[in-house]
Design a protein around this ligand. Structure first.
Ligand SMILES: C[S@@+](CC[C@H](N)C(=O)[O-])C[C@H]1O[C@@H](n2cnc3c(N)ncnc32)[C@H](O)[C@@H]1O
Length: 310
């Protein structure tokens, strides 16, 4: 991806270090023919009317345990961190870039867009702290990537309601793939810090989430309070589906919003944060669409906020 093209689509300018690093994540996007684009839109349309589509919410906990359990088994056998990459990347041969759809030949393209986003938030925000807490860490593959970028003394916390996450974190340590990773079971609907690990000091940690809060619909108030009152981080950085940022007068963006609703994805969170900012409870540092998405959604908008300590 040419720097001049990507640079214009990013809300904050990253460092030269970022541009050097992302050379290892090439994207050779291929423009679609009209027929290909129509087929994609039909595919999205079909999903929007699929009565059996899986909705996110409390009943899905088991699915995540099973799904990440498979990654854990493979990683245990191979000891190769590549086995921590979720299987849903590259399921479809299309991605969104700059509000349009593209195809590609390299099977790692979708994953590369995700790596670019993680490197971006690392470069702008995460490197400001020695304590990084990931909400909904899944297979810990983002934390593994971050451990290669950030200061080696950084402490990582992998929180997720899937016990497989904690087992993967333990394995990462046993296999010497990560040094400072801690993990415990954590439920967004009933958030609580566990008794074994000391909660990081106020104003020290950075909390981030990537396509994880997406799973909680409009049930985010308890989690917000927990972050704001108990963790009191320096920053909270989300790359999540944020309908408030997507315009209705653009077909793909509108379909993306419809898909969020159909799957019960995150809904109303940014408006809620804007309210809190108006009440001087928090400051919103960044709220922006980002260049990448998958076939069905533009699901990685960037929202960065921080508590206003009283
Ligand atoms: C789409 S996956 C993303 C995982 C990881 N962030 C990534 O990008 O690879 C969503 C993650 O959120 C977690 N999750 C969903 N609902 C949750 C809840 N109520 N409490 C804690 N974790 C939850 C799932 O277990 C899963 O790991």
């Amino acid at each position: 991806m040419k720097r001049e093209i990507l640079e214009k689509l990013l809300p904050v300018s990253p460092s030269d270090n970022f541009w050097q690093r992302i050379d290892q994540y090439p994207l050779n996007l291929i423009t679609l023919s009209r027929e290909q684009r129509d087929k994609c839109i039909l595919e999205i349309h079909k999903k929007l009317f699929d009565e059996n589509i899986v909705k996110s919410g409390p009943s899905r906990q088991k699915d995540w345990l099973t799904g990440w359990g498979e990654n854990l088994r493979n990683y245990k056998k191979s000891k190769d961190p590549k086995d921590l990459i979720p299987k849903y990347y590259n399921k479809y041969k299309f991605i969104r870039f700059d509000s349009d759809l593209y195809t590609f030949q390299n099977d790692e393209t979708e994953l590369n867009t995700v790596r670019i986003l993680i490197n971006y938030i690392a470069d702008i925000y995460l490197r400001k702290s020695n304590t990084i807490i990931e909400l909904g860490a899944g297979t810990c593959h983002h934390l593994y990537e971050l451990s290669k970028i950030l200061n080696p003394s950084t402490n990582f916390y992998a929180l997720d309601w899937s016990e497989s996450t904690t087992k993967i974190a333990e394995r990462l340590k046993d296999n010497n793939h990560m040094k400072n990773i801690k993990s415990f079971k954590f439920d967004f609907f009933n958030p609580d810090w566990d008794n074994i690990h000391k909660i990081p000091e106020a104003n020290q940690s950075i909390v981030f989430s990537f396509a994880a809060l997406e799973q909680i619909g409009s049930d985010f108030k308890k989690l917000y309070n927990f972050i704001n009152v108990k963790i009191k981080p320096l920053y909270v950085v989300h790359l999540e589906p944020i309908g408030e940022l997507l315009p209705d007068n653009d077909l793909l963006s509108l379909l993306s919003k419809k898909y969020f609703l159909k799957r019960n994805y995150l809904n109303g969170y940014l408006d809620f944060l804007r309210n809190k900012a108006n009440n001087k409870e928090i400051i919103i540092e960044t709220q922006s669409r980002m260049p990448f998405g998958s076939l069905f959604i533009e699901g990685y908008s960037l929202v960065v906020w921080r508590p206003l300590q009283k």
